[in-house]
Design a protein around this ligand. Structure first.
Ligand code: NAP
Ligand code: F7E
Length: 346
């Protein structure tokens, strides 16, 4: 067992929760940054919680926000991590068109605040940046580490900035700083306004007689959807190499939104055409049409490859929704909000 210390930003998010599980299993002490909200936001990591008074405790949470550079620097100084996993971001593409400045402040500049704090403290820690296939945007598939970036949203643009500032600190200051260029990855813990979770939740609720219809936007977009629990293993591997580098992480296959919908509805014995309706509010001012990752570098150097592909992913996500509705299984997935929830409009 290792005795390393990790700091995770975005520990309350989908990936943060799986990564915290993985690192605790590996013997790490894990510190997570949580932003203050008027209600608890820790539902994805509640099953990992340990009373900090317990001498055996290895998970510690600290309030902090990416927009507050002095707090981030203070936490780094206090925690003295060996590895920093920077996952926090305004991560919703559609929302980034509504909130471009907030997205830039958190998703782009938040990365610089962390890197500056590492540089100024002189900590010899390793740094992981959560880069995204959204950076490729309009570049045709398959996309690999050398593919030109052509982002199509304020989110994608912010991630391109964060990618380059990470590389810049590696080249300018010799930091061990890497970009994991992750394609879409999903799970039962996915935020409920991302399309896979939205579809899985709706198909389960329709099957259970709790709602009739599901409103969606562009069904033609194609994505390379993998399983989040596997993708955090790649994050860890990237920080265990002899030298820092950037890697694409994906399944190498692509399916349309329509395909994903069909998998989910067929899984519960329904015909999606009877229930799926179009709503233009879910369209984006500019769309990313087709993403398929070429992961040969990750396979060669990291020995990583996806085991769960999109059809199995759809199956495991909808099974989790059915279990949650039936009151079975562990309560590790967020509560299913009613379709009328005001924030479900994205
Ligand atoms: P997520 O579920 O949306 O989680 C985002 C996390 O960031 C949450 O913990 C959130 O806190 C935190 N956060 C947001 N703004 C913050 C701020 N100003 N200060 C501090 N924390 C803040 O995202 P995810 O799917 O786990 O993705 C993790 C990272 O990978 C993100 O950077 C995302 O952009 C990137 N990425 C994701 C994918 C994917 O398919 N999932 C693919 C490529 C890259 P709250 O819980 O308080 O909201
Ligand atoms: O949309 C279409 C939508 O919001 C996927 C983030 O994790 O992955 C994610 O970004 C597709 C798009 O994910 C609805 O137009 C149709 O073409 O689930 P999404 P995303 O935009 O691909 C990347 C890699 C990230 O880095 C991001 O952080 O589905 N779509 N109808 C819809 N999308 C949503 N959300 N809602 C709909 O009703």
């Amino acid at each position: 067992m290792t005795v390393k210390t990790a700091l995770i930003t975005g520990i309350t998010g989908q990936d943060g929760s799986y990564l915290a599980e993985l690192l605790l299993e590996k013997g790490y002490t894990v510190h997570g940054i949580v932003r203050r909200a008027s209600t608890f936001t820790t539902c994805r990591i509640d099953h990992l919680y340990q009373d900090p008074h317990d001498p055996e405790a290895r998970l510690f949470l600290h309030y902090g926000d990416l927009t507050d550079g002095s707090r981030v620097a203070g936490l780094l100084e206090r925690v003295q991590p060996d590895e920093v996993y920077h996952l926090a971001a305004q991560s919703h593409v559609r929302v980034s068109f509504d909130e471009p400045l907030f997205t830039a402040d958190t998703t782009a500049l938040g990365t610089t605040r962390l890197l500056e704090a590492i540089r100024n403290t002189g900590l010899p820690c390793r740094f992981y940046q959560a880069s995204s296939s959204e950076m490729f945007g309009a570049s045709p598939p398959p996309q690999h580490e050398g593919t030109a970036f052509h982002p199509r949203s304020p989110y994608g643009v912010a991630k391109v900035y964060a990618y380059w500032i990470t590389r810049n600190y590696r080249e300018a200051y010799g930091l061990y700083a890497v970009n994991g260029i992750l394609f879409n990855h999903e799970s039962p813990r996915r935020g409920p306004t991302f399309v896979t979770r939205k579809v899985a939740m709706a198909a389960a609720r329709i099957k259970a007689g709790l709602q009739d219809n599901l409103y969606l936007g562009n069904l033609d977009a194609r994505r390379d959807w993998g399983y989040a629990a596997e993708y955090v293993e790649a994050m860890w591997l990237m920080l265990q190499q002899d030298s820092p580098d950037d890697y694409v992480i994906a399944t190498g296959t692509s399916y349309s939104v329509r395909d994903f919908v069909e998998h989910c509805f067929t899984h519960v014995g329904l015909d999606w055409r009877d229930h799926v309706r179009f709503d233009e509010r879910y369209l984006r001012p500019a769309e990313v049409d087709d993403l398929v990752g070429d992961t040969s570098k990750a396979a060669r150097v990291l020995g990583w490859q996806a085991r769960v592909h999109t059809p199995e992913l759809a199956g495991l996500m909808i099974d989790a929704e059915l279990q949650a509705l039936l009151g079975k299984g562990e309560v590790t997935v967020p509560v299913v909000p009613p379709p009328t929830h005001p924030l479900a409009r994205r």
